[in-house]
Design a binder for this molecule. Structure first.
Ligand SMILES: Cc1ncc(COP(=O)(O)O)c(C=O)c1O
Length: 180
């Protein structure tokens, strides 16, 4: 859901510094109001686009796809083989069958509404329970809200407390804390 202007700027900066962009986009079709963000990879060749069947069919199949510059095709294929030898043929057949036999666009529309309801429930809970000093993004699509904690809250400690309560929290500072 990132605004186009910001997408353009990211492409400019990455091109200037010869940085390849990985566009990890399993939620791109899931705009709550029916909107689909245009893929960065559609306008820029400096992108490895990653799609997944996880969000449109079901998680756990581990079937996805890549659109990448030709020069990377061989190395990506080798990397994939090194990681999994061969992705599950059964899972790929399930996804192929769904694409062929079901109206995936109407499924997408149902999921947009469903994800929107979940996001609203999350926002309502944040509004009710979050302490002062915490801010968060209100998603227009997809699966994530980014939370900003006050400077004096250690997100690593928070992660550990979350695990004790059965809640998983991703934090941008976790790796730093674990390496320390
Ligand atoms: C941003 C993001 N990328 C990739 C994935 C993984 O998708 P897959 O199930 O195809 O491995 C997820 C899963 O939740 C995700 O949130």
């Amino acid at each position: 859901m990132m605004p186009q202007q910001r997408r353009d700027r990211i492409c400019e900066v990455c091109a200037a510094h010869h940085v390849l962009i990985a566009e990890d986009n399993p939620y791109g079709l899931l705009g709550f109001e029916g909107q689909t963000a245009r893929a960065v990879g559609a306008d820029d060749e400096n992108v490895v686009y990653l799609g997944s069947a996880s969000k449109m069919f079901t998680p756990g199949l581990r079937v996805g796809w890549t659109v990448a510059p030709d020069s990377l095709a061989t190395i990506l294929g080798l990397q994939s083989e090194a990681a999994a030898l061969n992705p599950s043929v059964f899972a790929q057949e399930v996804v192929a069958g769904c694409l062929e036999k079901y109206d995936w666009r109407s499924v997408r529309d149902e999921y947009r509404v469903l994800y929107g309801k979940w996001a609203q429930a999350l926002m309502d809970a944040f509004d009710e329970h979050m302490p002062d000093g915490v801010t968060w993004t209100r998603p227009e699509g997809g699966f994530y809200s980014w939370i900003t904690l006050p400077q004096d809250v250690d997100s690593y400690d928070l992660c550990m407390k979350g695990i004790d309560k059965g809640v998983e929290i991703f934090t941008t500072t976790l790796k730093k804390a674990m390496n320390a």
